[in-house]
Design a protein around this ligand. Structure first.
Ligand code: PBG
Length: 293
């Protein structure tokens, strides 16, 4: 498992996420307690998602490579306490962008691929400098895996690996996540860079590109509604495959369980086993701690 965790800096309290019952947006301190309890049940990898205060969001998303930003500060505190913890970081501009897009937005509304890739490299380097073990670009720009690999190697971070969000679909199942981080696009949608849910073959083109560019691990996202894609990707590469059971998948299962309509323990384990059966070696899930326990 890789356990996704939300973190914010304003206020002193952790905040429950309404559309994800049981999940919190953590403070830097409450995050440590959550990681400790995850480690206690054998979950030793986490991925961090920040909520950046509105005032620090800009069109250029410069906060994403600030060495004293929330993510680098949290990485350092985690690695100081648990050097063996595997810290995975998200690379994309959406939490830092006043446009709420994963890339830079031109005045005409287009998302600028190559200009974005240069920024993603700076973001990845900042995270690696802070001690991240695995860089996970979720932005879906073209050419970013090769560029980030070059940037990391050029700065001596040859040991830092890249988990590519390889087949990431333009999914409505990301809704609760965007609520949790207030990161929904302010205009338009993400369909010019995320994939069309109707298209399975495109996933195989993304696999070929990311593999050639030097990714260490490939991800399919969402997981449950895309089990066929996990299987096809599994058969198209020898790299390890990760699958992300996203916020909306979590919300569906939790809501039905809370109503007493489904047996939570059984459906959660069945959903995870299905993702594994489809071919995932690694699962990102908000149920990680619960399921491991
Ligand atoms: C953004 C990002 C998203 C998720 C992970 N990274 C949302 C999006 O693409 O809009 C979604 C995760 C989830 O729904 O649990 N780069």
């Amino acid at each position: 498992f890789i356990y996704p965790l939300f973190v914010h800096e304003e206020g002193s309290e952790a905040i429950p996420i309404a559309s994800m019952p049981g999940c919190m947006r953590h403070t830097a301190e409450s995050l440590l307690a959550e990681v400790e309890s995850a480690l206690a049940v054998g979950v030793s990898s986490v991925v961090l998602f920040p909520k950046v205060p509105e005032a620090r969001k800009t069109q250029g998303a410069e906060e994403c490579f600030h060495p004293e930003g929330l993510v680098p500060v949290v990485i350092r505190s985690l690695k100081e306490r648990w050097p063996e913890l595997c810290v995975v970081t998200d690379v994309a501009l959406d939490p830092y962008s006043s446009d709420g897009h994963d890339g830079l937005v031109a005045p005409d509304g287009r998302v600028l691929n190559d200009e974005t890739v240069a920024l993603l490299c700076k973001q990845a380097l900042t995270q690696a400098e802070a001690g991240a073990d695995v860089i996970a670009p979720s932005d879906m720009m073209d050419g970013r895996i090769a560029a980030i690999r070059d940037a990391l190697d050029g700065a001596g971070h040859t040991e830092v690996s890249i988990l590519s969000y390889c087949a990431k679909y333009a999914s409505a199942f990301y809704g609760p996540f965007r609520d949790a981080l207030d990161s929904a696009p302010r205009g338009g949608d993400k369909k010019t860079y995320q994939m069309d849910p109707a298209n399975a073959r495109e996933a195989l083109r993304e696999v070929a590109l990311d593999e050639a560019e030097g990714a260490d691990m490939l991800m399919v996202k969402p997981a449950g509604p895309y089990l066929d894609v996990i299987r096809r990707v599994r058969e198209a590469t020898t790299l390890p495959i990760a699958a992300y059971q996203v916020s909306g998948e979590y919300a569906c299962l939790k809501a039905a369980a809370q109503q007493g309509w489904l047996d939570e323990r059984k459906v959660v384990l069945e959903s995870l086993i299905s993702i594994r059966r489809a071919g995932a070696d690694v699962i990102l899930s908000y149920f990680a701690k619960q399921a491991a326990g």
